[in-house]
Design a protein around this ligand. Structure first.
Ligand code: 6PG
Length: 247
């Protein structure tokens, strides 16, 4: 059965996620001296990011040991309001003492395919130096945060997109017809190697997709969030009652 925790509302979900995030950071730093986290985009995690920047949580984290990455990015300038890294800076990164060299945004100043290739190099450079022996396999994040769209997409793995089935490349550029926009996304090859994956899903609009993703038949091309099956542990789902209203 999926590991689902249901919270009364989006705020209590964010509080639980902040406690979980801080604990994951502490565990990783104790074990390996650093915490590598891939942030989710969209609006749901912003309350979590703001909580983490508040004194109650910020004082619990060794920010100089945290390395920030992103699970996906919109192909817009890095100061655009739709840019996931830009939103995370506003909510969290501009308010904590993480060194700039620990922040690894997806370089949307490049064209999509070049941005994906450049980000693969960023991942290779970071994870090969951080490992006792460079692993030929994809990198292993300590924590990957993910959201889910009303269509069951996650990161920028959208229904019908090739990246959903990508097992070799670590980062993919995808033109998403229904958005009429390019996206850059980590692929299941990387997402499924994470030590821990935490989904944050809030709102009644997600209820139908959430019920299908969690309890429906396995159809990842139709419901891409289903392709997230980390080899190390079941994904955790923090959802609010509105999103869980159909189960
Ligand atoms: C993005 C995200 C995407 C997001 C879902 C949910 O770049 O938009 O990575 O996968 O998590 O679309 O978005 P909301 O949290 O805004 O509902």
């Amino acid at each position: 059965m999926p590991d689902v925790r249901i919270f009364a509302d989006s705020h209590s979900l964010a509080v639980a996620a902040a406690e979980h995030w801080v604990a994951a950071a502490r565990t990783a730093v104790q074990a390996r001296g650093l915490f590598s986290v891939a942030l989710a985009g969209g609006s749901t995690p912003l309350m979590l990011y703001r909580l983490l920047s508040s004194p109650e949580y910020a004082q619990q984290v060794e920010w100089e040991r945290v390395h920030f990455f992103w699970g996906d990015e919109r192909c817009v300038p890095n100061d655009h309001d739709d840019n996931n890294a830009f939103k995370a800076r506003q909510a969290l990164l501009d308010h904590i003492p993480t060194p700039v060299e620990n922040i690894h945004p997806i370089p949307t100043e490049h064209k999509p395919e070049a941005a994906a290739a450049a980000y693969e190099e960023t991942l290779l450079a970071f994870f090969s130096t951080m490992l006792v022996r460079p692993e030929p396999e994809p990198p292993t994040f300590d924590l990957v945060l993910l959201g889910m769209g009303e269509d069951g997409h996650t990161a920028s793995l959208f229904p019908g997109s090739q990246a959903v089935q990508e097992t070799a490349r670590w980062v993919a550029a995808q033109y998403i017809d229904k958005l009429a926009a390019w996206r850059i996304t980590l692929t299941p090859a990387v997402l499924n190697r994470a030590r821990e994956v935490l989904f944050l899903v809030s709102g009644a609009g997600k209820s139908a997709a959430l019920q299908r993703v969690l309890y429906g038949s396995y159809q990842p091309d139709r419901y891409p969030a289903q392709v997230i099956r980390p080899t190390r542990s079941e994904p955790a789902w923090f959802v609010d009652e509105a999103a869980a209203s159909l189960f």
